[in-house]
Ligand binder design. Structure first.
Ligand SMILES: [Zn+2]
Length: 329
């Protein structure tokens, strides 16, 4: 079934003959546009688009000889700029120059034979008699097939190398919670301010809890008075001095390096995830159900939620509710 849909989508969008960067248009919003916008984000993190998806072998009649990266080390016009200057048909296809086991050139002026030899050497003999068809490959994966996990791992390596908050997946917390925390760190949760920036009309961008500041991700989780009270209670319960933080990533950085016991560290991290999740739930309660809770109530919810997560999902931990309520450490 998947293969059939693949054929349908490929023929509808004419993917067999169009180049990847021609699939989207800046002026037409939609799926292709969203995919193409990933390119600039990846480049910022030093991941070239060609590493994610590269058109290695194409229809010779459709692929631009000089401008497409069909050999994999960059377009030939960048690798052989002098020869490109002398080319009389700048938009020629592979089939214009390579056919019947030989080469055919169209220079405006004859170049040095050494330069042409280097170009022929770069192309290699496998192309002369090959009738290979179009395919896309991913350089990040050992089997050339892109899967999301490969991209995520590469992104994580880049992010942790650039000094950003190193996010860890906890098996004790539900996946939806971990995903939310990961998005909150990058300011990618649908706060009023972020929706407004995306052009979605929201009545107010002011925080529904304190009614003073704009509702950004960091405000909901760190800056809001409701959040500050909640964090204060949580850290008192943990017998840990509340650190100063005004970004979600900072509180997680603190929990990641806190203490020497890996087990206690994991529990603290789980409590932080639970707190972030509950602050978001409390915010949603006000907006969608007009249900405002107190920080004390939020702390009770965090205590019981994290207890259940660790009790059910942790391997070696024996957790007692009465002891847990006194202190988790
Ligand atoms: Zn607020």
């Amino acid at each position: 079934m998947l293969l059939r849909w693949n054929k349908v989508v490929t023929s509808i969008h004419n993917l067999a003959s169009r180049r990847a960067y021609n699939l989207s248009n800046n002026f037409i919003l939609g799926v292709w546009n969203n995919i193409a916008r990933v390119k600039s984000e990846l480049v910022k993190r030093d991941i070239p688009m060609s590493a994610i998806i590269r058109r290695t072998i194409n229809y010779r009649e459709e692929t631009l000889f000089w401008s497409d990266d069909w050999l994999g080390n960059g377009p030939l016009k960048l690798r052989f700029p002098k020869l490109y200057t002398l080319e009389s048909q700048k938009k020629c296809k592979i089939s214009d120059h390579i056919y019947d086991g030989g080469f055919s050139w169209s220079w405006s002026r004859q170049p040095l034979s050494q330069q042409v030899n280097r170009l022929i050497q770069a192309i290699g003999s496998t192309w002369l008699n090959s009738s290979k068809e179009y395919s896309q490959t991913c350089d990040l994966a050992s089997n050339d097939c892109f899967v999301v996990d490969v991209g995520r791992r590469r992104l994580k390596t880049t992010l942790s190398g650039s000094g950003n908050c190193s996010f860890g997946w906890l098996k004790e917390t539900p996946i939806k919670v971990s995903c939310f925390v990961w998005r909150a760190i990058q300011n990618c949760i649908p706060s009023a301010l972020s929706l407004n920036h995306r052009g979605i009309n929201t009545d107010l961008v002011t925080c529904g809890e304190c009614n003073t500041d704009e509702e950004s991700a960091d405000h909901i989780i760190c800056g809001c008075s409701f959040a500050r009270f909640t964090w204060e209670w949580i850290f008192i319960w943990c017998f840990i001095l509340l650190p100063y933080f005004d970004k979600t990533g900072e509180v997680l950085e603190f929990a990641t390096v806190w203490g020497n016991c890996p087990k206690k560290k994991k529990v603290l991290l789980g409590i932080c995830y639970g707190t972030i999740w509950s602050l978001w739930q409390a915010r949603n309660g006000i907006i969608f159900n007009q249900n405002q809770i107190t920080p004390e109530k939020a702390v009770d919810i965090i205590k019981s939620s994290v207890f259940i997560w660790f009790k059910r999902r942790s391997n070696g931990g024996i957790y007692n509710w009465v002891d847990w309520c006194k202190s988790p450490s």
